[in-house]
Design a protein around this ligand. Structure first.
Ligand SMILES: C[S@@+](CC[C@H](N)C(=O)[O-])C[C@H]1O[C@@H](n2cnc3c(N)ncnc32)[C@H](O)[C@@H]1O
Length: 267
């Protein structure tokens, strides 16, 4: 088992080398107009009206932050990887969204933000990578205002075709479920190799991550006494993503359902 410091180092190494081509990968960036429409309609509906301060953790190349900024929200977007944040900053400039976005480097487990200071804390496809998800969640609840929301977009913890690929490759399942499908397919892994970027996370790293190990279900990881948990599915987005992948590659992949876990902090 890796300690937290080593996990952080390995995670940063991988994402630093990925930033420049992340957006071109299916399930990372958007591959079709339909996907874009579905994501924008999701973001329009998910942010409570009147939200003024939004914090994104593990924001990567700005997938969420830049879309929220295009809707007029001010977003503070953080990530642990310089490579990912550098790309997000370039995109903010290209899209004329610099005034509505702020980017900085920080560990999602310890944002260093003031108590009760944000209306919303949001993240997409990153929580499974945390060595201590409960610690991170406690921090996000701490910084959100009473009545504010922590919004987590993630897989549902069930198995997908990518897990089957892993089984064939390594003789065992990573049990990392839809989270990984949202991250990188086998084809993507091969593309990574040809670009001489680091390969996928090692088995040792994967086995050091509590959500990948499946110590508990994602819902069990999210449950807290000081917040109300609501879970919704992202069927329309997932359908649009699957269609786009099939059109691009002819590949029909069965992915585990993507979900949104919404925690409303008690007043
Ligand atoms: C799959 S990408 C998702 C990026 C972005 N949220 C999106 O939806 O496109 C995962 C991101 O989580 C970041 N990450 C991983 N561990 C982190 C940590 N402990 N603190 C902050 N960011 C982290 C990575 O650097 C990477 O940018």
């Amino acid at each position: 088992m890796m300690d937290e410091k080593t996990i952080r180092k390995e995670v940063i190494k991988f994402w630093d080398a990925t930033g420049d081509h992340y957006d071109e990968q299916p399930f990372h960036g958007v591959m079709s107009k339909e996907e874009e429409t579905e994501w924008m309609s999701f973001f329009k509906n998910i942010i409570p009206p009147g939200s003024e301060k939004i914090l994104e953790v593990g924001g990567g190349t700005g997938f969420v932050a830049l879309r929220l900024a295009s809707l007029g929200y001010h977003v503070k977007c953080s990530d642990i990887s310089n490579g990912m944040i550098a790309r997000a900053k370039r995109k903010a400039k290209e899209q004329g969204l610099e005034d509505l976005t702020e980017f900085y480097i920080c560990d999602a487990q310890d944002t260093g933000e003031a108590d009760n200071s944000f209306d919303v804390v949001i993240n997409r496809q990153m929580m499974w990578m945390l060595p201590n998800p409960e610690k991170a969640l406690a921090d996000w609840i701490r910084v959100v205002k009473p009545g504010g929301k922590v919004i987590i977009i993630a897989g549902d913890g069930s198995k997908s075709d990518d897990d089957e690929d892993d089984k064939k490759e390594t003789g065992k399942s990573s049990n990392m479920s839809g989270q990984k499908t949202g991250m990188m397919s086998k084809k993507d892994k091969m593309d990574e190799e040809s670009n001489e970027a680091p390969q996928w996370f090692s088995d040792e790293l994967l086995n050091s991550l509590p959500m990948v190990r499946g110590d508990k279900t994602p819902e069990e990881f999210m449950k807290r006494d000081d917040a109300v948990l609501e879970v919704i599915t992202l069927d329309d987005i997932q359908e649009a993503e699957d269609k786009a992948l099939e059109k691009m590659t002819g590949e029909k992949r069965k992915r585990s359902p993507r979900k949104v876990y919404i925690l409303t902090k008690e007043k």
